[in-house]
Design a protein around this ligand. Structure first.
Ligand code: PLP
Length: 370
């Protein structure tokens, strides 16, 4: 049985051109900080990749700081301004929610869109300068947040705006200037690059406190010898994400077809966030009464890989804080799965998913109330 991978939001398979760029970078010897010819060749590879990542975010290379992950970039953004109180939305990724303790959390509506009036009120309460962190696309539902409007509100109150664009890159434009953001997080492995490399994009001239201190790498903003192979892969993945953006309409059509057929086959199933704009690759399907974890295992047995809620590093699945913030009770918030398509997904994957989902539901779901 061939296995079907529909978990791109967890990690996308490496694109072949990315792999080729990484293999090429593996042949480079030396430290990018060394001044000899070997070092300079490695430096060129890093700077070429920096220019590619910067282009994805519409900024100059000097505004791009390579980090060890999207998580680290989020931590760098949120902890880089100790004088500012942090205000986030209730549906951020844990790498934002856990980066600082005690930050304010702005609620979302039933579709999972942040309440901008509540953000405005919170920033008006005069508690000192703030840093607002709002994601562009939610990792569980794909729901797109009104980042440009939030940035206008933040700036009107003298606040900075950080945007976690990890799940938006390659699916939407992630131009720092167009979003009005001051800081933007990217991660390579969600766009067909390798895991273990991310970037924080900074507005021109914005300075922040480094989280990792040591050598003067990354213009003193992130110490440590650069992960050259990972960065080379990230650069190519970023270039492809930009070039292939128009192709995302193909995925949206596939995803819409998947949802229409899944809902037709499984009475009682619901698409979360369906009333809001969403990125085209993500579908969050809630089936009342059947734990997401159970659904994931049943689908895995049928050879189809998806995710449930937010998987903790322990592998245990907790009820989704995103669905809870959207008003689902804790029972139902544990009954959703996330199906996420990507560059290697085709019509056959949709067929396989719908057949496996219908068979699973026929065995496990309770009959919907008449
Ligand atoms: N932000 C969002 C929205 C994510 O979905 C993820 C990963 O799941 C991250 C940040 C963290 O990125 P990384 O896995 O590179 O640490």
């Amino acid at each position: 049985m061939t296995r079907v991978y529909l978990d791109h939001n967890a990690s996308a398979p490496l694109k072949p051109a990315v792999k080729a760029a990484m293999v090429q970078a593996m042949d480079l010897a030396g430290n990018p900080s060394s001044v000899h010819g070997f070092g300079r060749a490695v430096r060129r590879a890093v700077e070429e990749a920096r220019a590619q990542v910067a282009a994805l975010a519409g900024v100059r290379p000097v505004q791009t700081v390579f980090t060890g992950s999207g998580t680290e970039a989020n931590n760098l953004a949120l902890r880089g301004f100790p004088g500012r109180r942090v205000v986030t939305s209730a549906i951020e990724h844990d790498s934002v929610l856990e980066a600082v303790s005690g930050g304010a959390r702005i609620p979302v509506d039933r579709n999972g869109v942040v309440d901008l009036a509540a953000l405005d009120r919170r920033l008006a309460d005069g508690d000192g300068p703030a840093l607002v962190s709002l994601m562009l696309a939610n990792n569980e539902t794909g729901v797109i947040q009104p980042v440009a409007e939030a940035a206008r509100i933040a700036h009107a109150h003298g606040a900075l705006l950080h945007c976690d664009a990890v799940q938006a890159a390659g699916r939407l434009p992630v131009d720092l200037g167009a979003l009005g953001a001051d800081l933007l997080t990217l991660s390579a492995h969600k766009i067909g690059g390798p895991a273990g490399v991310g970037a924080l994009i900074l507005a021109d001239g914005l300075e922040l406190d480094a989280l990792v201190r040591g050598g003067g790498q990354e213009k003193r903003r992130r110490a440590g010898t650069e992960n050259v192979v990972g960065i080379a892969g990230f650069g190519t993945a970023a270039r492809l994400a930009r070039e292939e953006l128009p192709g995302t309409v193909r995925l949206t059509a596939l995803r819409d077809d998947l949802e229409a057929r899944a809902l037709a086959a499984v009475p009682g199933a619901r698409v979360m966030g369906a009333g809001a704009p969403r990125v085209g690759n993500t579908s969050n399907l809630l089936l009342p009464g059947v734990a997401g974890e159970t659904q994931v295992m049943a689908l895995d047995l049928a050879g189809v890989a998806v995710s449930a809620g937010s998987a903790c590093s322990s592998g245990k699945v907790k009820p989704s804080h995103v669905l809870a913030a959207m008003g689902e009770d804790t029972g139902d918030a544990a009954c959703a799965i996330r199906v996420s398509l990507g560059w290697d997904s085709g019509g056959e994957a949709v067929e396989r998913f719908v057949a496996a989902y219908a068979a699973m539901a026929a065995r496990l779901a309770r009959a919907p109330a008449a």
